[in-house]
Design a protein around this ligand. Structure first.
Ligand code: THG
Length: 292
């Protein structure tokens, strides 16, 4: 699976100020450590960047490209900043993201062909967050249609079903794997991605990895092509690279309804089993889900 490293982010306490003050060191350090940790792409998230977003994106892209050749995922809602970044990208860029919001569709679809980029098709509708797997399917059809009309082939579209926190609404958590199981039929040839850390937003920091890793395996089962992740989670990177097949198999079996005898499992296996049960809605989520 392709791993897009999430940590070059304007929300970060250290990198946000570094971006604003144009201090390259912390950003280049973060880029290098994410490359060493196993990233395939680096996400460059400058947020809405309303003022001088174009100068900021151009500067961050050039700053990162001084220390790595990895391809970049450009993450901003400002189309002018997006184009400024695309202009200076040396590898095939990933536009993160284009949703069905009419102003952004019209401003950004032409950039995909103009800069020979890939795009993330974010399933955010005109009315906001899709309610279930069916609405995600309808948005996929719409966005793929609009992209094809603009000359963009399915192979260049990475569909993002939008993961949302397990602490907020379990039906939304269940909707992403359900949608992923249908994506191949609805949009043959399209790729997929997901912002994996969204699932654990609001959970205690030491527990976030359990949710992120287990949810990734659940989505991998339906062919997830890539994910935007915390690449400093070494266990998550091992799983994504296929190095923990017995854990992957265990999660798949629990998804199929198997109820393994917990007393016969290791501590780590028990944690995965309990976490799948929470993420499939079979157990209730609370911050102490691993203890009960
Ligand atoms: N889909 C797409 N793009 C996305 C998302 C998505 N980009 C943004 C986000 N969601 C994915 N990226 C992150 C980046 C950081 C965190 C979560 C998701 C995060 N950071 C820590 C925190 O906020 O606690 C630490 C921040 C810090 O470094 O200080 O959780 O869904 N297409």
């Amino acid at each position: 699976m392709i791993l897009i490293a999430e940590s070059i982010n304007v929300m970060s306490k250290t990198l946000g100020p570094a971006m604003k003050e144009r201090d390259p060191k912390p950003i280049q350090e973060m880029a290098k450590t994410q490359v060493e940790a196993g990233a395939d792409y680096l996400d460059i998230n400058i947020g809405p960047a309303r003022r001088q977003g174009d100068e900021m994106m151009e500067w961050v892209v050039n700053t990162v490209q001084e220390v790595t050749d990895l391809p970049l995922s450009l993450d901003t809602t400002n189309p002018v900043a997006m184009e400024a970044g695309l202009k200076v990208c040396r590898s095939k860029a990933l536009i993160n993201s284009i949703s069905l919001q009419p102003d952004r569709l019209e401003a950004e679809l032409p950039l995909v062909s103009k800069y020979n980029a890939d795009m993330i098709g974010l399933l955010w509708g005109i009315d906001g967050m899709p309610r279930d797997a069916n609405e995600r399917c309808m948005h996929t059809v719409d966005i793929v249609y609009r992209a094809n009309e603009a000359g963009i082939p399915n192979e260049n579209i990475w569909i993002d079903p939008i993961a949302s926190p397990v602490s907020v609404e379990i039906n939304q958590v269940k909707a992403c794997p359900e949608f992923m199981s249908m994506l191949g039929d609805i949009a043959p040839g399209c790729k997929s991605t997901v912002g994996l850390s969204n699932i654990s937003n609001g959970a205690p920091a030491h527990l976030r990895g359990h949710l992120n890793r287990t949810y990734m395996i659940m989505l991998m089962r339906y062919g997830l092509y890539s994910a935007i992740v915390d690449v400093f989670d070494t266990e998550l990177v091992s799983i994504a690279k296929g190095q923990m097949p017995e854990i992957i198999d265990l999660v798949y079996r629990v998804m199929d309804g198997e109820r393994p005898d917990l007393s016969s499992l290791s501590k780590k296996e028990v944690e995965y089993v309990k976490t799948v049960r929470v993420l499939t809605g079979d157990s209730l989520y609370s911050d102490s889900w691993l203890e009960i």
